[in-house]
Ligand binder design. Structure first.
Ligand SMILES: C[S@@+](CC[C@H](N)C(=O)[O-])C[C@H]1O[C@@H](n2cnc3c(N)ncnc32)[C@H](O)[C@@H]1O
Length: 188
């Protein structure tokens, strides 16, 4: 069982992360605001849907999110009726339709390096055009332990997992903990 399914851990995570900071809003604004507001967008690992709520504020209308924790998905649905929230895991998700843009934000980092290329291919198959990601960067996988000690995550070159895609935009920012965050928008 993923620690993300643990009720105590996920409740504490939601309590710590129930408001989106300005810096995260700025990144989304920079990468999304010039895109057509009618495109369909799916976030994988959306938690209570803060990023999707902000995209709604920016004017996007066709928004969906996939989240593995049942209670968190329920909370996301209660918070926002105009966004479609789906309870499930990326590994088993079979969407009924393709999306114009599929994105992850600090979610690929929880997928082990052994599985990441398969998952990246799966994400590529779900999108008609764009992939956006905001993940911790290093040029090869580096393993970290979350503060709970029972949850591992990896920095990696996630952008490079997506093959034959054009880079529309990319930034790397060092956060206050010294981790490099990479944001990328790719197109088929
Ligand atoms: C660090 S949080 C990031 C939440 C959100 N993307 C954001 O940027 O605010 C990671 C989220 O991904 C979810 N998650 C992790 N692995 C997943 C998987 N394999 N399938 C679906 N959701 C997953 C977790 O339950 C958690 O809500």
């Amino acid at each position: 069982m993923s620690l993300w399914n643990d009720p105590v851990f996920s409740k504490e995570y939601v309590e710590r992360n129930s408001v989106m900071c300005q810096e995260h809003k700025d990144v989304l604004y920079d990468f999304f605001n010039s895109l057509d507001k009618d495109i369909s967008i799916l976030e994988l690992g959306c938690n209570i849907g803060l990023k999707l709520e902000y995209l709604k504020e920016l004017g996007f209308k066709d928004l969906s999110g996939l989240e593995l924790n049942f209670e968190v998905t329920k909370k996301a649905k209660e918070r926002n009726h105009e966004i479609k929230f789906i309870h499930g895991v990326i590994e088993e998700f079979k969407p009924e339709n393709l999306f114009d843009l599929v994105f992850t934000s600090e979610t690929l980092i929880y997928i082990s390096p052994e599985k990441i290329e398969t998952i990246a291919q799966k994400i590529q198959n779900m999108t008609k055009k764009y992939i956006f990601g905001k993940e911790f960067y290093s040029d090869s996988p580096v393993k970290f332990k979350h503060r709970s000690e029972n949850l591992e995550f990896w920095s990696n070159d996630y952008k490079n997992m997506f093959k034959n895609m054009k880079t529309i935009r990319e930034t790397k920012i060092k956060n206050p903990n010294g981790m490099i965050e990479q944001a990328y928008l790719l197109s088929k």
